[in-house]
Design a protein around this ligand. Structure first.
Ligand SMILES: [Zn+2]
Length: 542
């Protein structure tokens, strides 16, 4: 392993502008540098590099980080590989020590090994996996395991002198009414890896008919299920090579499709596809194939995914598995040719969205037809002018109406979302930016402001409180439309948000039926006092 000291030494030699300009051309604009983003296709530059903050951020796809992160992403390298590349680029030598212990995740690695060993002794699980057609090779490749009863896992941790607090941190165990318990009980386990190959959590399928067929590890510092994709670390090479990624809904679909040679398959972790998945999906610019079930939930998920992906300019389309089939069953039934044909004939995202909208309505009824037109029109407006033109004819044909009834938006109305910030956006986001720029304000702002006081950006505020290093916040730090307030300005802004908030609270008290007279009087007094305090601007960041 590379020593900490030599990593620090390397970092002190790196300049983010120097590093990135060895890969792409940067143009100076004001204090920052700009370029067309290398991580997603674009014609107008939304990729910003800040020499002052030593970070980069793309306002288009959300990619961002420091010099090391850039080399990792751009060159598809692991962290140590990126360090080695940077060291040789900047003529710095690295030192290594022989201590190969995996620092943080060693405990979850051991539990993963333990679950795998348990599987070899559990006939029921093996029988189930076999019945689904999963080969021994796949069991090994995906490190499928078995978590037995709660005591077994806890005894394993204790007898190996593993740190129980760490085990809790990783969501392996938790404390309940009757003491410690294991989160995975009598379940087949599927370890979930990050893109760099670190195991951070598990998915588990019950084999004893538990109500929850599948569960995941709880959200932890490392395990964010709306960001991770199951199987990505095993699929990434093929995704880059074939420029195609297949997104499914389940662990077994991934395992079985890999088994049949579709080793560019991944799955969401029991959640819908979200914007947080997009940076990972964008890597290598692949075409995305959304392969979902044909039941109501699957169709709805495919509709939402298509909406998201078409709005974010992803290429690709949808495959729907009908008649109760799923990809795993088809591989098991040896229908590989059929699968190939399906993946080759996807319904493009935009077509799928339009069809889903129109299918909701009964076009025989004039009023419903009007609604179908309205809704597809609204969707059309989110697309580029060329696509709007193209698809207005399709919609007209499907609704059997004159295409002039479909209003295509004109080009100048299409502006980047960054610029279209409302004054509320600016005021809320600027507070967050100010605190990110001046961490010493954090405690004071936190004391006065809770996330529910934000009208729009409570998510970002929560993120700032919990994970200020999240890359999506980097965009705020570099967004030139936002203001980094002085102390006084910050005070004024807080008053602007807090005044209407407490006034509204005060009004609501009138109608609060669950409070008695006395409680109401007390709260009223408190709120009035608060408002007086705010009026005199006797606040906060002193
Ligand atoms: Zn980008």
């Amino acid at each position: 392993m590379i020593t900490k000291e030599s990593i620090e030494n390397l970092k002190s030699h790196l300049d983010v502008v120097d590093v990135i300009s060895q890969f792409i051309e940067l143009k100076k604009t004001g204090a920052n540098f700009k370029a067309c983003c290398p991580f997603h296709g674009e014609d107008t530059p939304s990729f910003v590099v800040s020499p002052v903050k030593q970070i980069y951020h793309c306002f288009g796809c959300g990619a961002g980080g420091d010099s090391i992160k850039f080399v990792m992403e751009h060159e598809k390298l692991s962290y140590p590989e990126a360090l080695e590349k940077l060291a040789s680029m900047s003529n710095v030598s690295l030192e290594y020590d022989n201590n190969f212990k995996k620092i943080d995740s060693s405990i979850i690695v051991k539990v993963n090994e333990y679950y795998q060993k348990l599987l070899t002794h559990n006939e029921e699980s093996k029988k189930y996996l076999k019945s689904r057609g999963i080969s021994d090779f796949s069991i090994e490749k995906f490190e499928i395991g078995y978590a037995s009863n709660s005591n077994d896992t806890i005894n394993f941790l204790k007898s190996n002198f593993l740190n129980l607090a760490d085990a809790k941190e990783f969501g392996i165990i938790d404390t309940g009414k009757n003491g410690l318990y294991s989160r995975f009980i009598e379940r087949i386990t599927f370890p979930i890896y990050t893109i760099t190959g670190v195991v951070v959590g598990f998915g588990g399928r019950t084999i004893t008919g538990h109500n929850a067929k599948y569960i995941n590890s709880p959200q932890t510092k490392l395990f964010n299920k709306s960001k991770l994709l199951y199987g990505y670390h095993l699929a990434k090479e093929m995704i880059y090579k074939q420029k195609t990624v297949i997104v499914t809904e389940g662990y077994l679909d991934v395992v079985m499709l890999h088994q049949a040679g579709f080793s560019n398959t991944v799955a969401t972790l029991g959640t819908a596809l979200t914007t947080e998945h997009l940076p990972l999906l964008k890597r290598g610019e692949p075409k995305v194939i959304v392969a979902y079930d044909g039941d109501k939930a699957g169709l709805n998920a495919a509709y939402k995914a298509s909406l998201l992906l078409s709005n974010s300019q992803f290429k690709g389309g949808v495959v729907i598995f009908t008649q109760g089939q799923d990809p795993a069953d088809m591989v098991h039934g040896n229908k590989i040719d059929e699968l190939n044909a399906m993946f080759a004939n996807t319904i493009p995202f935009i077509d799928f969205v339009i069809d889903s909208i129109i299918n909701k309505y009964n076009l025989e009824n004039a009023q419903e037809k009007q609604s179908a037109l309205q809704e597809s029109n609204d969707y059309l407006k989110t697309l580029s002018p060329i696509l709007q033109e193209e698809y207005s004819t399709l919609i007209a044909r499907k609704l059997n109406i004159n295409s002039q009834l479909i209003q295509v938006q004109h080009y100048e109305q299409q502006k980047s979302t960054n610029i279209n910030l409302s004054s509320i956006d600016i005021s809320e986001l600027s507070i967050i930016k100010t605190v990110l720029d001046n961490p010493s304000y954090l405690e004071l702002v936190k004391k006065e402001l809770s996330a529910d006081m934000f009208e729009i950006h409570s998510n970002e505020y929560n993120m700032m409180l919990n994970d200020p290093n999240d890359p999506s916040l980097m965009g705020l730090m570099l967004n030139e439309h936002l203001i980094s307030y002085t102390k006084e300005e910050l005070n004024n802004q807080l008053v602007i948000i807090l005044m209407p908030y407490y006034k509204k609270k005060l009004q609501q008290l009138h109608y609060a039926e669950h409070l008695n007279y006395r409680e109401k009087a007390n709260l009223t007094r408190e709120l009035k006092y608060k408002l007086i305090e705010l009026k005199s601007k006797k606040l906060i960041v002193g």
